[in-house]
Write a protein that binds this ligand. Structure first.
Ligand code: OGA
Ligand code: MN
Length: 294
């Protein structure tokens, strides 16, 4: 039996009473889907999933994405993980050793520490993400989640009506540039794989009908606004949306599985000492389509 305990109003719930390493029953799958519609983040401790189980579980939420890392940086290099649908969220190389200080993958991983929502830089962005922790750091390395529904609800109505119909330009390489990635150095074939895309700035959840801010550090600009005005507005919204009353901080234990809804949350990693190994993998579910017609 699925035991669902709210941790934080209707934002985060902890789930017990299930073994996700065993084959899923239809009732458990329904229970998990229902819980993710009601809450936006599910914490499920004690689930040492292998890659195949994690992929199978993720598919109850919809079709899976291919990892950007697998299609870009590691397209011609060996990967640590066997499946291209799993994103490698670790500081380890393909043989499981800590990445060298100068390894480009360290720089790329740093952008996970900016507030974002997964794959908003793809035409069809991600609905759910499922992150499974294999090795965790003794201190640091928590992941923070921000509730973009309560962030929207708390906005001044005048601001809500000013931004309700805006369209934002999300660019994978823009968020990389914020953490020191040299944009001039990126090969044009990477650009072709991941060109900038448009997304609505405010979404409406299909089940609850609640509205939420669709913000991310991937946003380069707002359509029809100057770069300066875009930046001012986005900084302002980002500050409001990530105030403590909207944020939950998850401290990882080995075997934790955390599932979140990217349509109604943002998240970010937090710093930790890179002498520690941190090893996680993420399965990412595709949403039903783009948020704006292309
Ligand atoms: C992710 C992510 C942050 C972290 O897996 O999508 O952004 O703390 N992770 O590892
Ligand atoms: Mn992420």
């Amino acid at each position: 039996m699925l035991e669902i305990t709210p941790v934080n109003n209707d934002f985060v719930a902890e789930i017990a009473g299930i073994d996700l390493c065993a084959p899923l029953t239809p009732a458990t799958a329904d229970g998990l889907r229902g819980a993710l519609e009601k809450y936006a983040v599910l914490v499920i401790p004690g689930q040492p999933l292998d890659e195949a189980r994690q992929l199978e579980l993720a598919q109850i939420f919809g079709p899976l994405e291919t990892s950007v890392g697998a299609s870009i940086y590691n397209a011609k290099r060996p990967r640590r993980l066997d499946h291209a649908q799993l994103s490698d969220i670790s500081n380890l190389d393909e043989s499981g050793q800590l990445l060298e200080a100068g390894d480009i993958r360290r720089l790329i991983n740093l952008s996970n520490q900016l507030w974002h929502t997964d794959s908003s830089f793809k035409k069809t962005p991600a609905s759910a993400s499922l992150l499974s922790a294999q090795e965790v750091t003794p201190v640091g390395g928590a992941t923070e989640f921000a509730d973009m529904r309560s962030a929207w609800d708390a906005l001044d109505p005048a601001l809500q009506s000013r931004i309700g119909e805006l369209i934002a330009v999300h660019d994978y390489f823009y968020s990389r540039s914020l953490t020191g990635f040299d944009l001039a150095g990126i090969p044009s074939e990477w650009r072709e794989i991941q060109p900038p895309v448009q997304q609505v700035l405010v979404r409406t959840h299909s089940h609850s009908n609640r509205r939420s801010l669709y913000l991310a550090s991937h946003i380069r600009s707002i359509v029809g606004m100057s770069d300066d005005d875009s930046k001012d507005l986005l900084d302002h919204l980002m500050r409001l949306a990530t105030q403590p009353q909207h944020v939950y901080r998850h401290r990882w234990r080995t075997g934790d599985l955390v599932i979140w809804d990217n349509r109604s949350t943002m998240h970010r990693g937090t710093t930790f000492d890179e002498k520690y190994r941190r090893s996680m993998r993420r399965a990412t579910v595709q949403d039903i389509g783009p948020t704006v017609p292309h």
